[in-house]
Design a protein around this ligand. Structure first.
Ligand code: TZP
Ligand code: MG
Length: 213
């Protein structure tokens, strides 16, 4: 996988609670057609075998469109399906262990909520950092909020790419302009929409406009 920061521009994160009778892989395809540049499979309620089945189905789509495929919080699943990488939470041990298991060629993303966590993640070998929640979100009940100032400082202090996450919509994305982020990660503003392709298309145009002006 030819991964670089451009692939983080519009990072879709899946959520089964928005399926409404559709399949996850079909939703992912719709989001890709609209312009998401990476996808993270986030499965919070599946056991190992179910997660594996889901990952294989989604990977068929991401392979077809050559979109980077990241697994949330599960190095074993990432290895089993040969995903492009993993996204993990706050544990230094995790990053180092994950790197040992995945090797140099896989992507490791790490969540950070402050400057120190971001610097530590970079030192421990993360490839990118996810910072949030930058706005209020109903998607993750335990997500604390990170201020614009902190987001900006993180972007200044680390060399690896930074994506913002949490409550980002087409209406508030412009508030992230000038922070230095490389992209945004989004669940509900894409997968919670009636027309997923249209939502990601509009979001893609807005991210480009707001982040690079
Ligand atoms: N981590 C911090 S906020 C969040 C995660 C996974 C939820 C993002 O979802 P939404 O719907 O884009 O606010
Ligand atoms: Mg930076």
């Amino acid at each position: 996988m030819n991964f670089n920061k451009d692939k983080l521009l519009l990072y879709g994160v899946t959520d089964r609670s928005w399926l409404k009778g559709d399949t996850l892989e079909s939703q992912v395809e719709k989001a890709i057609l609209g312009g998401i540049t990476s996808i993270q499979l986030r499965e919070k309620d599946l056991d190992h075998d179910e997660f594996l089945i889901s990952a294989k189905k989604v990977k068929r789509i991401t392979d077809q469109y050559k979109v980077p495929f990241i697994i949330n919080d599960n190095v074993e699943i990432a290895l089993e399906v040969d995903a492009d990488g993993v996204h993990i939470g706050q544990s230094d041990e995790d990053i180092i262990q994950a790197r040992k298991k995945l090797g140099r060629n896989k992507i490791i993303g790490v969540s950070a909520h402050n400057v120190l966590e971001a610097i530590m993640a970079e030192e421990n070998g993360a490839d990118y950092i996810g910072v949030g929640a930058v706005f209020h979100t109903n998607t993750k009940s335990d997500a604390g909020t990170v201020s614009y100032e902190t987001l900006k400082e993180i972007c200044n202090r680390v060399k690896i790419p930074v994506v913002a996450i949490g409550g980002i919509t087409r209406k508030n994305i412009m508030k992230l302009s000038g922070s230095g982020i490389d992209g945004v990660a989004v669940i509900s503003a894409i997968f919670g929409e009636q027309d997923i392709t249209k939502a990601s298309q509009e979001m893609h145009l807005l991210v480009r406009k707001e982040l690079f002006k």
